[in-house]
Design a protein around this ligand. Structure first.
Ligand code: B3K
Ligand code: ZN
Length: 867
């Protein structure tokens, strides 16, 4: 396979200054005419051949200015021609086949709508181009189509012309005055309803905001418009970023490979990531939509105005933009809840990636298929790295650095080094060693030990950091690790810190730079409790042996709510791990004490309480075990603990569930969402006790709900604990009522695929159901990702889940390689499991490797997993 390497980066031989496109949509084919105004790169000698990217192009005409090109070579997705001057217009007329494009990359038709997805390398499926992010041009796009079928014609920028054509056709012309790489290009043709709003920017410009959706979805656009306005305001206030064009558009599409895409002035969204109302969207869906709308909007500066020089810099825009959207969500809702959820997600999903066969640095050094690198490492770990920069230099300097970055690189294609250099310039902080976070893959482990000397009134903490080798990187060097910390007394009060290390009094951050660091704290009059890595100040694994008393103090008295949560979770995790290792499934009193204390603490918000009372997921447990996992023992231990917590507090669960019922009118906000989340949790424990009253409550919650959150909370409790008859009654009822609503049907599929005890036969039946469509990524994800994340069913005792997933990957790969490749994750960490299970997973991977005609996407991931 062809490997692309960062070390081989070289500027292109030619630049494109302006791109003029005409896209003529006809039944059966689409014709694309392009005129690219090009100039030779001044740093290049002679007149090199021009090599353009182009996939599945049927060539009709090629010209340099007005001269037809008779000599050209088109093979392996490259068109090679010989220019005769340093400046010229390259013209091409080609045909493409969007109606049969199931990869959903390039221009594709889905349902009654044509739309595009160009990032990372989809533009080459539309026309010949220098399809790389450092080639930035202004664009003019004219779209022509049948007027009755496609009344809405959209592209990036501002509309400059429109009119009628012969045979019932019409056209619209759009012009984007901002230079951009081809991956930010977008075009849409459809029969869409438009919802309007407006936003007045900080300098008083009025921006027209428009959301386009299919008519049946028109009632679900308000929340996204509102989220958009709040995002625009927030970016002005927090980052000084004003919107630039006069129009900002969002289009909702039912067929989309990921959440959304930040095309300049014309964001295209997966319907599931933008359409919402209280009837069909749960609280977490509202939160996700708000975050994605913000994320795509923020890209207008961090991604579009300043873009990436090459795809190795992907985290430059993604890590920074995730960091920005997380901060936005924190400001809108509850910062601690957001931090807990983000840290938990990183540990659950990114840590395993970083210790598995597809581990890669935040700035990868090489790839085969760039689409495989839109990962939690690039996005979420990348955001943590940006967050650590903020932690190290402080909020004010961070803002100065980001201002400098946007100013200096506006209209340019930049690198992560450029970003860090700006932070260094404004702060004087030397980031040389810190930049290992961009180049070293893997999660560092920090082992901590403590020693108290009562006589000297001295307390010592010793930190030793290490990192396991990752594929292709055996040597690991020490990282810069910010440890936000406090020392607590027995009441949980924070002690003043006087120490001999690099400790910032203002931010309470201790910075580790060496493999071993011992810090001595003076004037410590009693044995303190160390609260370390507050707010998850670094994406590391921490090993710190604490006594029960110490853990209990942190779990009940630490004033840092994140760390308090973390101490509670550590108690569950350590206990579960001990249960698994000892083969003893008795839940010790320590766990019940912690549950009791959390339940009784009225100072805790319902949201935090529900996070504290939830047991760690199977996925997190697998990652935390740090030894070969016996999946059956793991399931048995966690189920035993859940049972025991449920039964020990049966009356409390019932009482809390009832008391959390509210007559308030539904609103999506942190306070209400927290209450509903806690109710879902207490109800699930209550139902787990087998109390018939719990099931009656759950059923009524489902039936009487006037919002999707309550409805799902009721339904999930029934699905996990109800009789088969009741389960199928409610599922039938759900489908009956909402089968015309796409988001509800997706939810209905997901609920069943993730239900306790689901069998492969049920999954197969779902894939045969009229509601299923294998060409639709959302439907595929609902069923297959639902199954894959359903630990007890996917890892069932006869191992049949693995071959089933492998066969589905092969089937999907022929339709949509990007979506297929994502599912390889379900098999890639086979080495963490023990015995025959690991062997069965490996065999499933092998059967994919042995099958014919694999896409580069799937091949790269499977080969690495088997290596
Ligand atoms: N930039 C897009 C992701 C594109 C993925 C291409 N395989 C969405 C986002 O991160 O905002
Ligand atoms: Zn993004």
């Amino acid at each position: 396979a062809r490997i692309i390497r960062l070390a081989e980066y070289k500027e292109p031989d030619y630049w494109i200054k302006n791109t003029q496109l005409v896209i003529r949509i006809f039944d059966g084919y689409t014709e694309v005419s392009s005129e690219l105004t090009m100039v030779k790169n001044a740093r290049v000698d002679g007149l090199p051949t021009l090599v353009l990217d182009g996939v599945e192009q049927t060539i009709k005409q090629l010209h340099f200015d007005d001269t037809e090109i008779s000599q050209y070579q088109y093979s392996d997705d490259k068109l090679t021609v010989q220019p005769v001057a340093e400046e010229f217009i390259f013209k091409a007329v080609t045909r493409i086949d969007p109606e049969n494009n199931t990869s959903l990359e390039g221009l594709y038709k889905s349902g009654s709508m044509y739309c595009t997805q160009c990032e990372a390398e989809g533009f080459r499926k539309i026309t010949f181009y220098l399809d790389r992010p450092d080639v930035m041009a202004t664009f003019t796009t004219r779209i022509e189509a049948d007027k009755a079928s496609f009344p809405t014609l959209l592209a990036n920028g501002n509309p400059i012309d429109e009119g009628e054509l012969e045979n019932g056709r019409h056209f619209a012309t759009w012009q984007d005055p901002f230079v951009k790489p081809a991956y930010l290009f977008a075009a849409v043709a459809g029969d869409l309803v438009r919802k309007d709003d407006s936003f007045t920017t900080c300098s008083g410009r009025e921006i027209s905001l428009r959301i386009f959706a299919e008519p049946r979805n028109a009632h679900k656009t308000d929340f996204a418009l509102d989220s958009l306005k709040r995002s625009m305001k927030w970016d002005e206030k927090r980052y000084g970023r004003e919107y630039d064009l006069d129009i900002f558009m969002i289009v909702a599409s039912d067929f989309f490979n990921m959440g959304a895409m930040e095309n300049k002035g014309l964001n295209i969204f997966n319907s599931a990531a933008v359409l919402a109302n209280q009837e069909t969207s749960s609280d977490d869906r509202f939160e996700r939509i708000e975050a994605i709308v913000a994320h795509e909007y923020f890209h207008n500066w961090s991604g579009n105005r300043v873009t990436c020089r090459d795809w190795f810099q992907l985290s430059l825009k993604e890590g920074f933009t995730v960091y920005r959207d997380a901060h936005f969500t924190s400001d809108m809702h509850d910062a601690t809840v957001k931090r807990i959820k983000d840290a938990r997600f990183l540990k659950t999903v990114q840590f395993p990636e970083d210790s598995g066969p597809n581990a890669h640095p935040v700035k990868p050094q090489e790839y085969q298929e760039i689409n495989n690198f839109y990962t939690v490492t690039i996005y979420e770990k990348g955001a943590e790295v940006v967050g650590m920069i903020n932690t190290l230099i402080g909020e004010d300097l961070f803002r100065k650095g980001s201002d400098l970055y946007f100013e200096r690189f506006d209209g340019c294609a930049a690198t992560t080094d450029d970003f860090v250099a700006c932070m260094q310039e404004v702060s004087g902080y030397d980031f040389t060693q810190f930049k290992r976070w961009y180049t070293q893959a893997g999660t560092p482990t920090v082992v901590v030990s403590q020693h108290y000397d009562a006589e000297q009134q001295q307390y010592q903490l010793s930190f030793s950091q290490s990192q396991k080798p990752t594929p292709g990187q055996s040597e690991k060097l020490p990282m810069v690790i910010p440890v936000k910390m406090a020392l607590l007394n027995a009441q949980g009060d924070e002690l003043a810190i006087d120490c001999d290390a690099d400790f910032n009094q203002q931010t309470q951050v201790l910075t580790l730079t060496e493999a071993q660091t011992t810090v001595t704290f003076s004037g410590v009059s009693e044995q303190p409790y160390a609260s370390l890595f507050r707010d998850f100040s670094a994406p590391v694994r921490v090993e710190f042996e604490l006594s029960e008393a110490e853990l209990l103090l942190l779990a009940s008295k630490d004033k840092n709510a994140y760390n308090r949560f973390d101490a509670v979770q550590k108690i569950y995790l350590d206990t579960l791990i001990a249960m698994i290792k000892n083969g003893d499934n008795q839940t010790p009193s320590l766990v019940l004490d912690v549950v009791r204390a959390s339940l009784a603490d009225n100072a805790l918000s319902p949201a935090i309480k529900s996070l504290m009372l939830a047991l760690p997921s199977y996925q997190l447990l697998v990652d935390s075990l740090q030894q070969k996992v016996d999946a059956d023992a793991l399931v048995a231990a966690r189920q035993a603990m859940k049972q025991s917590i449920a039964n020990s507090f049966k009356a409390e669960w019932a009482e809390l569930t009832l008391s959390l019922q509210s007559e308030q009118a539904y609103q999506f906000n942190a306070e209400q969402a927290g209450r509903r989340e806690l109710q879902a949790l207490t109800l699930s424990y209550w139902a787990e006790t087998g109390d018939a009253a719990a099931l009656d409550f759950a059923k009524a919650l489902y039936q009487q709900a006037n919002n999707q959150t309550d409805r799902l909370n009721g339904l999930k409790a029934v699905l996990d604990n109800g009789s088969d008859a009741l389960v199928s009654d409610l599922l039938d009822d759900f489908y009956q009522r909402w089968h015309e609503d796409t988001q509800m049907v997706e939810t209905w599929l997901l609920l069943q695929a993730s239900a306790k005890g689901v069998t492969i036969d049920t999954i197969k039946a779902l894939m045969q159901h009229e509601a299923f469509d294998i060409t639709n990524p959302n439907k595929v994800r609902s069923v297959l990702a639902g199954f894959m994340n359903n630990f007890t069913s996917y890892h069932q005792k006869d191992f049949s889940g693995y071959d089933f997933i492998a066969q589905r990957i092969i089937q999907l790969d022929a339709i949509n390689p990007q979506v297929a490749a994502r599912f390889v994750t379900a098999l890639e960490n086979w080495k963490v499991f023990s015995g025959q299970r690991a062997e069965a997973m490996k065999q499933a991977l092998q059967s994919i490797a042995d099958s014919q005609g694999r896409s580069p996407d799937v091949s790269e991931k499977v080969e690495k997993a088997l290596a």
